[in-house]
Design a protein around this ligand. Structure first.
Ligand code: GLN
Length: 455
């Protein structure tokens, strides 16, 4: 049953919100010890919330747009009265004292929060192996990483522990685990979902977004979490569309989609084959296929990581041991420490404008080129991740790990929307199709993903 069908079943009294919550709790109780998708649970509150919703439905009172749907939240988003650790020992005692704006929005529409999910420490990674609380298993590819950094959110969806999960995406952290776990994930246009209440990794790149088993779950979540937030300076005030309006479409007639040669060149051959079949399906649905070229692919990872190091270093200065438990440098893992050290070094050298300023210039170049590519096409389509997820415990060099991000960081550097949907499998392991569009043309991606799912 699709997420939107379940929503209607709850509203039509064919199923209660409480049943929905309890079914998920049973799965979590049965499987979470082995999968390690959840770090914190909110079960008691979830059941209480479900009872209230069921009462309203029984009394024929009006309910919210998400009535009775169950959400899992990445552990770097503030939820009141739950430990928000960001999977770090630094914050393992930090209890959320308020709800992030996205959480407020979800609860206001009668969405139910069931718990907080595992992730890479402070979202700095793409494997979920750097969590202080141990790795998460990939439910779709046992023994392998689920991707990251929102790996717990993706695994929770892929193992039927929730209807919709919320993650954050700074350089691919929603799309990468969605690709590896074979689900749908979406990073909205920068600024369309409030970041208020998110623990930053790199604030000029961070974006909150949804993960779900099908496109209807993504569209329903977007209808609630895309909202203007006065309290946040980067929030965009726009006329957001109804993302569920295109869910029944089966044609992409009139839409121009493009593959990019340089994206294909950096991707494993078997993945390209699977992704090409998926692209052919979009063509069969009526899309016109073009080819574009991107000259700055080599600049993307250095630019992304440099900006990430500097912004992350700056944001970690508040974890000095006075307000939130431990001093971060004393307890964090290797990758977080690496970013703090390099970020500190670059920040000190900054008077000479040696690195950061150059990275910002490179970022403009990348953004301009992507926008030029998108001038004549509606969508850029291609692989989400260039390689298959590796085995848990396998030792990779930092640069080999960073290479997994080459196709996803572009959307964050440019601020454009991007989604990932399961294209197919290679050796039984899921592979994602990534779809990117111009800023604020998020609906076109949702439409293409929906058509892909429907045909
Ligand atoms: N893997 C990338 C990084 O390590 C992206 C992380 C993210 O999107 N949060 O920074």
């Amino acid at each position: 049953m699709k997420v939107i069908e379940k929503l209607n079943a709850i509203k039509n009294k064919e199923m209660t919100a409480r049943e929905n919550v309890e079914n998920f709790i049973n799965v979590i109780d049965e499987k979470n010890d082995s999968i390690n998708a959840f770090l914190e649970n909110n079960k008691a509150k979830a059941i209480e919330q479900a009872k209230i919703i069921d009462k309203k439905i029984a009394n024929n009172e009006e309910v919210g747009k998400l009535a009775g749907l169950v959400f899992a939240i990445k552990a770097n988003i503030n939820v009141e009265d739950v430990i928000i650790s960001a999977a770090s020992k630094t914050l393992d005692n930090y209890i959320g004292s308020y709800n992030a704006t996205v959480i407020e929005n979800i609860i206001a529409e009668d969405g139910i929060i069931i718990g907080l999910t595992n992730m890479d420490e402070f979202a700095a990674g793409n494997s979920t192996e750097t969590s202080y609380f141990g790795p998460t298993q990939n439910p779709a590819a046992p023994g392998r990483i689920p991707g990251g950094s929102s790996g717990g959110s993706a695994a929770a969806v892929a193992s039927q522990m929730c209807d919709i999960a919320i993650g954050s995406d700074t350089g691919g952290s929603i799309r990468n685990p969605s690709s590896h776990c074979g689900i749908v994930g979406f990073k909205p246009t920068y600024g369309t979902v409030s970041r208020q209440g998110l623990l930053d990794l790199s604030m000029s790149l961070d974006q909150i977004g949804p993960l779900s088993e099908d496109v209807s779950g993504i569209a329903l979540a977007l209808n609630t979490i895309v909202s203007y937030d006065e309290s946040e300076c980067t929030s965009i005030d726009w006329n957001a569309p109804d993302f569920t309006s295109i869910l029944d479409e089966t044609s992409l007639e009139g839409m121009k989609i493009a593959v990019c040669k340089e994206f294909i060149d950096v991707t494993d051959e078997e993945i390209n084959k699977t992704v090409n079949k998926a692209i052919q399906k979009l063509v069969d649905a009526g899309a016109e296929l073009l080819e574009v070229s991107f000259n700055h692919i080599d600049l993307c990872l250095p630019t992304y990581y440099l900006i990430n190091y500097v912004e992350f270093f700056s944001t970690t200065r508040k974890y000095d041991g006075r307000d939130y438990g431990y001093r971060i440098e004393d307890v964090c893992g290797d990758e977080v420490l690496r970013r703090i050290k390099i970020g500190s070094y670059i920040s000190q050298k900054e008077f000479s404008g040696k690195y950061y300023k150059k990275a910002l210039q490179a970022r403009s170049l990348i953004r301009n080129e992507i926008n030029t590519m998108l001038e004549n096409v509606d969508l850029i389509v291609g692989p989400t991740v260039p390689k298959l997820p590796y085995k848990i415990g396998e030792k990779l060099e930092p640069l080999e790990i960073y290479a997994y991000d080459v196709l996803t960081v572009i959307a964050n550097l440019a601020g454009i929307p991007a989604g990932s949907i399961k294209a197919g499998e290679v050796e039984g392991i899921p592979v994602g199709l990534q779809i990117q569009a111009k800023p604020l043309e998020d609906l076109k991606i949702i439409k293409a993903m929906s058509v892909f799912e429907n045909i």
